[in-house]
Design a binder for this molecule. Sequence first.
Ligand SMILES: Cc1ncc(COP(=O)(O)O)c(C=O)c1O
Length: 384
Amino acid sequence: MNTEQLRQLLPIIRNVTYMNTGWAGPSPTPVIKQVSETMELEALNGPASRKGLEFIRGILELGRQSVSDLLDCDREEVWVTHSTTEGVNIVMYGLKWEAGDELVVCDLEHAALMAPARVLAQRKGVNVNVAAVSPKASRDDILAAIDRELRPGVKLIALSHIQYTCGLKMPIKEITNLAHQRGIPVLVDGAQSVGQIGVNVKDLGCDFYAMSGQKWLMGPTGTGALYVDRASMGLLEPHFTTNALEAERPTERLPLARFSLASQSGALVAGLIEAVSIANRVGLGQIETRSGALSDLLRERVSHVDGCELLGPTTGPSACGLVTLRVGNWDPTDLVEELEEQFDIAARAVHNPDGIRFSTHFFNTEDEVERVATTLIEVASRHF
Ligand SMILES: Cc1ncc(COP(=O)(O)O)c(C=O)c1O
């Protein structure tokens, strides 16, 4: 599937230059159709009839299969969740912490990771070691910053694969190697990576990988998944307990079912499966290459604009399809509002570093990048 064919499936792009996929991607029409048709079928079958339950169970299994194919792991190592945050919470609260244990994070992390870290510090007396990582740090600098925090007593390293504010891609494979040499498990927040760049969890070597369906995969909000390496399953105990559908049937018992927090919506999971299928039809390699190239183009265009300052990596293996910049004296939130109201351009404000973030996905075009750059030139001159 090429860019134009994908755009045909995205009604929004007729009206809006949509560069906020890092928050939530627009769902293609076949995804929306799958969600609504599945709901209709569920209602027709009777959602809790034998036929209805079999129908939904089949979709949930397919969901695990499609995510495990995407991440290159076994189906039993994947649990479909409702978000990245849920997966992060399952791991962070699932480990057996004792007062004085240490957790390593970095100072660019999303609240999805920082909030449970803070609660672990308050409730369990866990020491949270925050590695200082600059938004433009080189891979060697990142490794050195993490290495410095790996004192005895560290029980987990928890980091994003791609930092959401500035688009810094972290050297996860190297970090995992470093951690495993000292027997420390690694949790990766993959909210900004899955669907944007190729992710092979076995190659990365991490123990846990949490992801979202609604961002770069353009699936429905309320979908996500958690990967747990088979060898690391014993590290976790469920914090919440429910009578997960599968766990009730001994013959189908799945190792991760006990971490389920709530019933799954078959309709939303059907939408996620369709979203993964579309990403596969486009080609994940093609998505990564094109979204990176569009971001490079945007960075190149704004680098010459008076008053625009790029806040994240500008090139190389640490850069990706997220571009964050400061524009003159604009407050980022005001600028986001101005772009949306006056120019129909959707982006988001971020903090630390404070700026405006553009996400370039495969479906965006060079013309759209040009339009954003031209608009930034115009607005920069107004608040300089
Ligand atoms: C790095 C990162 N982690 C976690 C999240 C939260 O994702 P979800 O809403 O799927 O929990 C986001 C959302 O922007 C994110 O960028």
